[in-house]
Design a protein around this ligand. Structure first.
Ligand code: UD1
Ligand code: CA
Length: 468
């Protein structure tokens, strides 16, 4: 029997891996209407982190066990490669895995992960799978304060005997510092049998997955352990406190990787990357910046303090001053932006463009060396090269029903406080006088002004306050 199991298990080295993610827990201590596994770390749901890590391994099957608030979990995380099994009611981790049995074949290894433990590295899971090639493998970690965790009980020779839960442990066992992270690689051939043998006669009245360790030992199936590189890899989330701690740990890891990659950060503890940030050489990022979605910073880009960049491409040498907010924008090289600049979706800036304080650009192309340095709204516009947009310029792109386009050709000078009532075109080399309300096209190389003639009234007196 033992020989059969072992030879059967040895074959698993080449057989695929099936993954079961436990995500049925309610997460009462989150005090939230959102199911626990959907709370975000780095802008991404906890369970989505786990799923994304699993996709880096060559897995044969991915089963997610859902329960409380399950439909939201399912619809949020859904994807063609996920199989779903509902656990209702929740009778423990062993019971949870058992709900996935109809979806799991009895081949290879079954890797059990928790939906609320988001940061385990793929390399750690591979190490665990390798450790479990000829039996069962448990991911363990030594904690200074092991309270609350299941403890790894070993015999005198150091071989794993069983796992005992905190609530079932005797005082001596409570001193054990090696704990069960919950992550296990189980021989699929034995899984159904072991789960069928679990009982709930324990302090919590639950079917503990952890009890399969003692069952494996009794059958002579080797039980191994593997460890993560860092403790943060196996930290779970039960409360907003832990969620915040994990966020900081994760952000610090991202910041350290950026520093190692050559980015200069004013303070690695004050940056938030919620997505994928790529960078060239000699990039500098000041404190308090948030990067969301896909952001690319080319060589020598400088980002000032407290900027938010979401799905933005920044060309080499561009300098962004403090308090800018950019979303879905493409910025050319050697730009000078901010402080307080806003780029909205569809903003496309050529090389050496200047966008200054309180300038908003939406769905507009701005050509090389053009400048809008103060207080302007540029929407649905096409601006050529070397254009100067004066302070207070507004493209009136919306007539209350439809959006219209403003075209400003190369070398145009737009005086301050100008309104361009779209659709309208300003010809190449034209100048618009300050205060112009442009309702018709402005011809090229010509000064267009639309204001009343200035008059001065001699003898005019200021009103005075009426006496009471
Ligand atoms: C479990 C382990 C413990 C380990 C600890 C690590 C057991 C019996 N104990 O304890 O040894 O040290 O994790 O964090 O396995 N879940 C379900 N359905 C259920 C119960 C739980 O899906 O019926 C899910 C939860 O959503 C969670 C995970 O399983 O993602 C762990 O459940 P939790 O109740 O946190 O386990 P612990 O009691 O902490
Ligand atoms: Ca529990």
């Amino acid at each position: 029997m033992v020989a059969f199991v072992i030879s059967g298990v040895q074959k698993m080295a080449e057989t695929p891996v099936q993954v079961v993610i436990l995500a049925a827990g309610q997460g009462k201590r989150m005090h939230s209407n959102l199911p626990k596994v959907l709370h975000p770390v780095a802008g991404k749901a906890l369970a989505q982190h786990v799923i994304d890590t699993v996709r880096k391994l060559a897995v044969d099957k991915l089963v997610v066990i859902y329960g409380h608030g399950g439909e939201v979990v399912r619809s949020t995380l859904n994807s063609d490669d996920i199989l779903w099994a509902k656990q209702e009611p929740q009778l423990g981790t062993g019971h949870a895995v058992a709900q996935g049995l109809p979806l799991i074949s009895s081949e290879g290894q079954t890797l059990v992960l928790y939906g609320d433990v988001p940061l385990t590295k793929a390399s750690t899971l591979k190490r665990l799978l390798r450790a479990g090639r000829d039996g069962l493998a448990v991911l363990t970690v030594n904690l200074a304060n092991p309270h609350g965790y299941g403890r790894i009980v070993r015999d005198k020779a150091g071989k794993v005997e069983r796992i005992v839960e905190e609530k079932d442990a005797n005082p001596e066992e409570k001193h054990i510092q090696e704990v069960n992270t919950g992550i296990m690689a189980i021989p699929s051939t034995r899984l159904a049998d072991w789960l069928g043998k679990l009982s709930n006669t324990n302090a919590q009245g639950e079917y503990y997955l952890t009890d399969i360790v003692a069952l494996a030992v009794a059958e002579g199936v080797p039980v191994h352990t593997a460890q993560p590189d860092g403790e943060w890899e196996v930290l779970g989330v039960n409360s907003k406190v832990q969620l915040a701690e994990l966020e900081r740990a994760h952000q610090r890891n991202i910041a350290d990787a950026m520093l190692l990659g050559g980015v200069r950060l004013a303070d690695p503890a004050r940056i938030d990357v919620r997505g994928e940030l790529t960078y060239g050489r000699d990039v500098f990022i000041d404190v308090g910046c948030v990067f969301e979605g896909k952001v690319e910073l080319a060589d020598a880009v400088e980002v000032g303090p407290y900027c938010v960049l979401k799905n933005v491409n920044v060309g080499a040498g561009t300098r962004i001053a403090a308090f800018c907010h950019f979303e879905e924008a493409v910025i050319g090289p050697d730009g000078v932006l901010g402080p307080y600049a806003r780029l909205r979706p569809g903003a496309e800036l050529g090389p050496e463009v200047h966008i200054g304080n309180f300038v908003e650009v939406k769905k507009s192309k701005i050509g090389a060396q053009s400048k809008a340095n103060h207080l302007a709204y540029i929407g649905d516009a096409e601006i050529g090269q070397r254009v100067n947009v004066g302070a207070g310029t507004i493209t009136c792109n919306y007539d209350g029903a439809n959006k219209h386009k403003t075209i400003i050709e190369d070398d145009v000078f737009i005086g301050s406080d100008t309104q361009l009532v779209a659709p309208v075109t300003v010809g190449r080399g034209a100048t618009l006088g300050a205060g112009t309300t442009l309702t018709k096209n402005a011809p090229p190389d010509t000064l267009t002004v639309s204001r009343a003639k200035q008059i001065s009234l001699a003898g005019w007196v200021r009103p005075v306050k009426a006496k009471k």
